[in-house]
Design a binder for this molecule. Structure first.
Ligand code: PEP
Ligand code: MG
Length: 911
């Protein structure tokens, strides 16, 4: 039975009744106030109205039965405890009414302070404030009381009754102007009394009624306003962005007011038990004497470092340090707290497990293990792949004022500065001179590969997160901003324009692949120590870098825990080598198409233009040794580890020049009377091959079935390379993968031919070659049981599966309209980035189950971009895949998340 069911119709909890586990019911703030109360810490007394009450209110528009009575009973108990009655004209109890949802939503919902003040109790409050220590001048306590009252009318008016806040601000400014000052503190009791009258008029003008004088009515209206603020537009937007469920509701905390603005012996502050920036141990916080919490937040006065409190009020300071140590020990984590000192008496107003930077998350998790507060599983649970990814990229030192001139999609994280170039060739030239360059294109294509390798970063004005530029850049761990559509790229003129600026070849720009921001000029960059560790150039046993030591320790633990193997997507020996250093246990996707580019393009053209079988056979024969050498290099790097080689996938016209360019060249050459027979043949071929929907056209297995000898050549190259490596004393474990299969018959046809070639090549060398297929067409997923009969493994191509599952063109939609889908909450994150569990994920699940039912033990992996996405890794673990494969740079992230997935049986609380 859950706490909620146990609670029945109980809608109000005294702080002494709750605890930190009841966040669903009491919200984060309420649950933690209860926990601190039960620890015996000095928390002002109060009670929490549950999220259930809020949900009932939002569903019906009225308080649920019994709520009013329960509030009454708890209020009476609070009054007894405090020895004061709410709003008593002689000696008033005042309360704050604060929202507090399950997940922190800073500043999104409402708070009303000083509830219980009215025309009569304001006098009692002045007496109370002046009398309790006897030394405050009555003028000072009068001022305090009237200031508190005007704050109530202002907050209540704005929050509860939607009076425009600026009207109160204007009135306050006007009062200051009349007094000839800019400082609120110069307004005396009389000024503030006058301001209260003005505020009341503003209130009456907008609401058509007087400011409510009845304390209980103030309280009830404030509670309703907090309930309603759950559905305020900004709160809805925030939830969408943060992926917080919409139906949780907020709790409401009613707390006896304590005042930090009663004089120099009062004050308010915030503190962290460790540095939330670096994780370093110590005391971090800010203190503001003679102030209320909202003054700190508003930043109207300058705070002092918390250490100053030792001088100002040593007793409170030491008590605070004791409490912080207790809270850390109790929560076993970094806590952040808010406190108030009222005339030398310390009060705890809030605590929670504090937010922290990615670096601090790792460092603190490591420290807490050392301190014996948590074990390594818990440490692993407390960090995540997104944090690790952040730590792996170079960072801009944005301490100066740099203003972004454009913003695109953060397609591959990192920070890069360099001279702008517009062609791959120029990128290579300048890089050879030792210059940093940023390759700027409308969009990249496979021909830009060399330029992309040479560049520090890539900037495109078109395309999304799975555009060519994005996928390739991520694979290389290279910074990329794609789809920066504020930029007009003019390649022939070698310039781009953006917001009135013209940037020409050689000008320096800086791009941030995390935020998608583009800056003019050079922004200084710091390299990542975590990458140096993964690369092997920083020894974790020897460095005194606390972050590297913590990352090493947690990664090592993740590796011992994970069930999923982690492979990489790599198609060169260099990428394979890097991925191995990052911990890859094989290649899950070696795309073979880049092997048809560069100086091999001519051979590919011969193949495509072949007029006879003999011409085609010649072209293929010339390609064979080149392909074989590619595979030899990769098999050597991956010695003994599986290498999944995918047969060629993209439509062949991608290897030919663009139609328009070719047509112009031919026309010009004809005009000049030159011999254009070859170009004309090419042009005819390009026209013949033109497709309206190439992504759904002649590609993948279809190519293999239509172009005789193409797949056969590749299969032979793979088998021969494996045999050559084995004969040299190495071990090659090739797995041949057929792309875009939709029907088992397609695979059977390819497989029959491949097996003959393999048998012939392999002979008695001992090499074993597996044949499997990608599952990337929805029909393949739905007929996986049949396909498994012919496949020794499946690898889910979730890029195409998402493209075809949703009917979203992967090159277009992210830049074109996903912003609107995200805004509307149709999905919280692009399905190309994180697997759509309900739809595309369901196809994966069906295929995994039916594939394994037909062929027990069938090896299952994923090689789409999702293989390196933290959330998706958890899904693939749940579905029972054997491995995920991702770009080299994301291998550590996948290792970490696979470890986390293995230890996590319950949901994470890390938000
Ligand atoms: C896929 O579709 O998920 C895949 C890995 O293949 P590609 O991205 O090369 O189409
Ligand atoms: Mg694909």
């Amino acid at each position: 039975m859950t706490a909620r069911e146990k609670a029945g119709d109980k809608y109000v909890y005294d702080f002494a009744e709750g605890n930190k586990e009841l966040k669903d019911l009491l919200g984060g703030k309420g649950a933690n106030l209860a926990e601190m109360t039960n620890l015996g810490l000095p928390v002002p007394p109060g009670f929490t109205i549950t999220t259930e009450a809020c949900k009932a209110y939002l569903a019906t528009g009225r308080e649920p039965d019994g709520l009013a009575g329960q509030i009454e009973a708890h209020l009476e108990a609070l009054e007894r405890e405090m020895g004061r009655r709410l709003g008593d004209p002689q000696d008033p109890l005042l309360v704050s009414v604060r929202s507090g949802a399950r997940f922190s939503m800073p500043g999104m919902m409402e708070t009303v302070l000083n509830v219980g003040l009215n025309d009569r109790s304001v006098v009692g409050l002045a007496r109370q404030a002046g009398g309790s220590v006897g030394q405050a001048a009555s003028g000072g306590s009068d001022r305090f009381a009237w200031d508190s009252y005007r704050r109530l009318i202002q907050m209540f008016g704005k929050t509860v009754c939607e009076v425009p806040g600026e009207e109160f601000e204007h009135a306050l400014d006007e009062a200051k102007r009349a007094k000839g000052t800019h400082d609120d503190l110069d307004l005396d009791a009389d000024d503030l009394r006058g301001l209260v009258e003005t505020y009341k008029k503003i209130f009456a003008k907008h609401t058509g009624r007087e400011f409510p004088q009845e304390p209980r009515e103030q309280l009830d209206l404030a509670i309703r306003a907090v309930f309603a603020s759950w559905n305020a537009e900004r709160a809805i937007l925030y939830r969408r962005q943060e992926r917080i469920p919409a139906d949780l509701g907020t709790a409401v905390n009613v707390v006896a007011m304590v005042f930090g603005n009663l004089g120099p012996d009062s004050g308010t502050g915030v503190a962290f038990t460790r540095d939330p920036g670096s994780g370093a141990q110590g005391i971090y916080g800010d203190y503001l004497a003679n102030a209320q919490g909202e003054d700190v937040v508003a930043g109207i006065r300058n705070t002092v470092p918390l250490q100053e409190l030792e001088r100002l009020d040593p007793t409170s300071y030491h008590e605070l340090l004791d409490i912080m140590a207790r809270l850390e020990g109790h929560y076993r984590d970094l806590c952040d707290i808010e406190f108030t000192i009222e005339r030398g008496k310390l009060w705890m107003l809030q605590t929670r497990v504090g937010k922290r930077t990615a670096a601090a998350a790792f460092v603190i998790a490591g420290q807490l293990v050392d301190e014996g507060l948590i074990d390594l599983d818990e440490a692993l649970h407390r960090v995540n792949g997104a944090q690790l990814a952040q730590l792996m990229f170079p960072r801009f030192q944005l301490d100066h004022d740099f203003e972004a001139v454009a913003r695109g999609i953060g397609a591959s994280p990192g920070a890069a500065s360099g001279a702008v170039v517009f062609t791959s060739a120029r990128a290579v030239e300048l890089a050879a001179e030792g210059k940093s360059v940023i390759l700027v294109r409308r969009e990249t294509n496979p021909d830009d590969l060399n330029g992309m390798i040479a560049a520090q970063g890539i900037l495109t004005s078109r395309g999304g997160k799975t555009s060519h530029a994005a996928v390739v850049a991520r694979g290389m761990g290279k910074t990329c901003v794609s789809g920066a559509d504020g930029i007009e790229v003019d390649v022939p003129a070698k310039r781009f324009t953006v917001g009135g600026h013209t940037v020409v070849e050689g000008d320096v720009v800086s791009i941030d692949g995390t935020t998608g921001r583009v800056y003019l000029g050079e922004v200084p960059v710091t390299p990542s120590e975590v990458v140096q560790y993964f690369e092997g150039s920083l020894d974790p046993e020897r460095t005194n870098d606390a972050l590297v030591r913590a990352v090493h320790r947690i990664m090592t633990h993740a590796d011992t825990r994970r069930r999923l193997a982690v492979r990489t997507n790599a198609d060169t020996g260099a990428d394979a080598a890097r991925a191995r250093r990052f911990g890859a246990e094989g290649i899950g996707l070696c795309r073979t198409e880049h092997m048809f580019l560069g100086d091999r393009r001519e051979l590919v053209e011969r193949l495509i233009l072949a007029a006879t079988d003999a011409d085609r056979t010649d072209a293929l024969a010339a390609l064979l040794p080149l392909q074989r050498q590619d595979f030899v290099e990769i098999f050597r790097e991956m010695a003994g580890l599986p290498v999944t080689v995918r047969l060629i996938d993209p439509p062949l016209h991608e290897f030919l020049p663009p139609l328009e360019q070719l047509a112009v060249n031919v026309a010009v050459a004809q005009e000049r009377g030159e011999d254009v027979a070859k170009e004309e043949a090419l042009l005819a071929a390009v026209r013949r091959m033109h497709e309206e929907n190439p992504m759904l056209g002649l590609r993948g297995v279809r190519l293999g079935l239509v172009i005789p000898g193409l797949f056969a050549m590749q299969v032979r190259a793979i088998a021969e390379a494996a045999v050559a490596v084995t004969r040299d004393g190495g071990t090659a474990c090739p797995e041949i993968m057929v792309p875009l299969v939709g029907a088992v018959q397609e695979l059977e046809t390819v497989r029959a031919e491949a097996e003959k070639i393999i048998a012939e090549v392999v002979g008695d060398s001992g090499v074993e070659v597996l044949i499997g297929t990608m599952i990337e067409v929805p029909r393949a997923a739905l007929t996986a049981g049949q396909i498994a009969e012919a496949a020794q493994f499946f690898s889910f191509g979730t890029n195409d599966l998402t493209q075809m599952g949703w009917g979203f063109s992967r090159d277009d939609v992210e830049g074109a309209f996903f912003w609107r889908y995200l805004e509307l909450g149709i999905f919280g994150i692009s399905p190309f980035e994180s697997i759509d569990r309900d739809g595309v994920g369901r196809l994966v699940r069906i295929a995994a189950e039916e594939g394994r039912a037909a062929r027990p033990g069938l090896k299952l992996g994923v090689c789409g971009e999702h293989g390196g996405d933290p959330d998706s890794v958890h899904f693939f673990h749940e579905v029972g895949l054997d491995y995920v494969s991702c770009s080299p740079f994301r291998v550590p992230v996948a290792r970490l998340e696979a470890g986390r997935a293995a230890i996590e049986t319950t949901g994470s609380d890390s938000r």
